[in-house]
Design a protein around this ligand. Sequence first.
Ligand SMILES: [Zn+2]
Length: 408
Amino acid sequence: MKYCVRCFYHENHPLNLTFSEEGLCSGCLVHEEKNQINWDSKLKKLKKIIKPYLNSKRSINNCIVPVSGSRDSYYIVYFVKKVLGLNPLLVSYNIHYNTDVGIRNSSYLKTLLGCPMLTLTVSPDKAKKITMYTMEKLQSIYWHCIAGQTVFPVQIAHKFRIPLIIWGCHQGIDQVGMFSHHHEVEMTRKYRKEHDLMGFEAEDLLEDKILSYRDIYQYLYPTDRQISDVGIRGIYLNNFIRWDTKSQQELMIKKYKYETSNLQRTFDRYSNVDCFHYSGLHDYIKYLKHGYSVVTDHATRELRLNRLSRSDGINLINKYNNIFPSDIKQFSKWINMSEKKMNEFLESIRNKKYWVKRNDEWFLKYPIEKFEIKQKKINKFTLKIKEKLDYSSGKKKVLMNTKMNIIY
Ligand SMILES: [Zn+2]
């Protein structure tokens, strides 16, 4: 198993990585553009792109911003409204795994920034039925969340004829360098299907005849004709501004009291605080399937942004990787599955490509610390630490996230 000579990703990253001759991954290579691009001229370009929408008299809201109760939502809405001067309609998909922090963040987001918000809540029975099916078919408890979050904004763009959708960060660029920032890629049905949805659009879930059209129609992507009729396009802000999630979230904590929370399986206290399972069961499933988890994503991001050394990153990864999630019981109850069946499910998805059993205990076959890179190679690609990693912003104001809210 090959690891990048700089970051913590291995060659089997599900979004696909390529490696330079010297062993630097495409994510690290594309990340270097962040320090080379003239971001002032990129911002000018963005302002030129949005100008026709800004002057549009067609609707009170001249763009759509997909949001949740965490991640980069606050910063995107702040930037779109206060810096670009647009008047966004916020669109949100209820993930059903809500934390109290996430519900408060989402409520304050619309009131503090003064934006209307539309939320789609599919019936709980339907969300459960689909999730039961995607667990079996795709080993995922999260398909309905990602599908809903990426389809509802496009449906609303079509329904209200608001052609511009503004997203924050494109993961294909930021994590794995699938595209350069210079490509300025926009939202596509193809990327959504292949990478966000693991190859399965809503209609593909009908093939086993377990789900019906009634179950999945709220997840159907508008047709190409509908998209071109309205001229819908989705742009990503990280192509036009230097993306740094942590700094952006700290600005939002300061300006709008964005609430943070401790999370189970990562040191990042700012992202994904709205979801009870993202950094719990969902992440544990990712660990069993792909041999790495969300803490690796966060450590890689912080290393590339000059806030984390390779050795400290490896320590953090080892600290959080093996934490057994405490939300399994609640999830089993929500989906009406016995704990025994749930444990069987988890064991069935453990990928033997990455796991080996010794003395009745499972271990990663290729842990990062055992990956041997010639010392001179590591030194050559080591980044300078410019700032100490600190996730304590907003700590005193935080109400800890202790239960999953079944609020619809
Ligand atoms: Zn790398």
